[in-house]
Design a protein around this ligand. Structure first.
Ligand code: HEM
Ligand SMILES: *[C@@H]1O[C@H](CO)[C@@H](O)[C@H](O)[C@H]1NC(C)=O
Ligand SMILES: *[C@@H]1O[C@H](CO)[C@@H](O)[C@H](O)[C@H]1NC(C)=O
Length: 327
């Protein structure tokens, strides 16, 4: 009895310590720097850019898919390349987690980029940093703003399907759910609204917006609902993977039309329209819809902040040779 209550209280202390360590780590980080590969791999930028360029030339949507990979990596235990690890018989990774399965894409392009970079400077550039540079290059190639990417992240030796399930907000999220999932990784409501502008590019599957186009008549433009219903049948299980552009006008051009759509009740996802639905973020959506430059500058700041989420630095983690598996 005594010994059991003693080990119990030790377990609680250990648990509390773990919680403090995990939750108490600041989400911003002073150790990343834009010049990190200045000496060790000066060719990294040109190498990444040319591979991203050919992938997007082949398929414009790939720019969107690559940008999304960075978001799905950073929100799950930080920007540590964990998303890129394949499942093995002894290891369940993030690729098949609920927000990722049948949805995230571009891993083959990341492999191409990694092998090109390995040829120029073997064993130097992490997969986590490759995602950060790739995201920036994709935005620029599709007509969006540029920024200097902070680097020096190392790659995780583990991944967490459970964390991927719980950390990436689903498209059914309410405004307060969205605000709190960003808050958990140290991002503000403004960051959340600005980052959501990434939905100015790319595609979504019917299954992610079906409930909205059939049921949300109060805040959805009727003609958009009708258009989207044509390629997204009401019955679940039919046409689930049929695609529609997140931005109806220019899904391969990075501009502020996402916000113009929201003001006109033309957000495709339930979560998109939550940003302009009579709540606290309406005024910021209006600002971005009227000012491409306000959007660009806040998007850039928020991307840099997202890239700062809990990186592994120093001797933590490793620089993976192959992004799909630990060394
Ligand atoms: C605010 C919370 C967010 C939610 C609920 C959300 C949800 C989604 C969903 C459901 C899709 C469609 C996936 C599919 O049908 O397979 C999607 C696509 C996409 N998301 Fe988000 N997203 C969010 C934030 C972001 C952020 C912060 C970024 C990047 C900075 C981003 C970038 C993208 C891109 C580019 C696509 C299109 C991908 C492609 O065409 O392959 N999203 N998102
Ligand atoms: C993650 O979600 C998927 C789909 O809902 C589920 O099958 C899987 O068991 C979950 N994984 C973990 C580790 O919670
Ligand atoms: C619309 O809402 C009703 C009532 O909540 C629900 O039964 C139905 O499945 C929804 N339809 C779609 C396509 O999600």
């Amino acid at each position: 009895m005594t010994s059991s209550s003693c080990s119990n209280s030790m377990a609680i202390t250990g648990f509390t310590l773990t919680v403090l360590l995990v939750v108490g780590v600041p989400s911003t980080n002073g150790q990343l720097s834009t010049g990190y590969y200045y000496k060790s791999c000066p060719g990294v930028f040109a190498t990444v850019k040319s591979t991203v360029h050919s992938a997007i030339a082949k398929e414009a949507r790939m720019g969107a898919s690559l940008l999304r990979l960075f978001f799905h990596d950073c929100f799950v235990n930080g920007c540590d390349g964990s998303l890129l690890l394949d499942d093995t018989s002894s290891f369940i990774g993030e690729k098949n987690a609920a927000p990722n399965i049948n949805s995230v894409r571009g891993f083959d392009v990341v492999d191409k980029i990694k092998s090109a970079v390995e040829k120029v400077c073997p064993g130097v550039v992490s997969c986590a940093d490759i995602l950060a540079i790739t995201a920036r290059d994709s935005v620029v190639i599709l007509g969006g703003p540029s920024w200097d990417v902070k680097l020096g992240r190392r790659d995780a030796r583990t991944a967490s399907q459970a964390a991927a399930n719980s950390s990436i907000p689903p498209p059914t999220s309410s405004l307060s759910n969205l605000i709190s999932s960003y808050r958990k990784v140290g991002l503000s409501t403004q960051d959340m609204v600005a980052l959501s502008g990434a939905h100015t590019i790319g595609q979504a599957r019917c299954t992610t917006f079906r409930a909205r186009i059939y049921n949300e008549t109060n805040n959805l433009d009727a003609s958009l609902a009708q258009t989207r219903q044509r390629n997204c049948p009401r019955t679940s299980g039919t046409g689930d993977n049929n695609l529609a552009p997140l931005d109806l006008q220019s899904p391969a051009f990075f501009d502020n039309s996402y916000y113009k759509n929201l003001v006109q009740k033309r957000g495709l996802l339930h979560s998109d329209q939550q940003l302009f639905n009579g709540g606290s973020t309406d005024s910021l959506v209006r600002t971005y819809s009227n000012s491409a430059s306000a959007f660009s500058s806040d998007f850039v700041s928020a991307m840099i902040k997202m890239g700062d989420i809990r990186p592994l630095t120093g001797s933590s983690g490793e620089v993976r040779k192959n992004c799909r598996r630990v060394n």
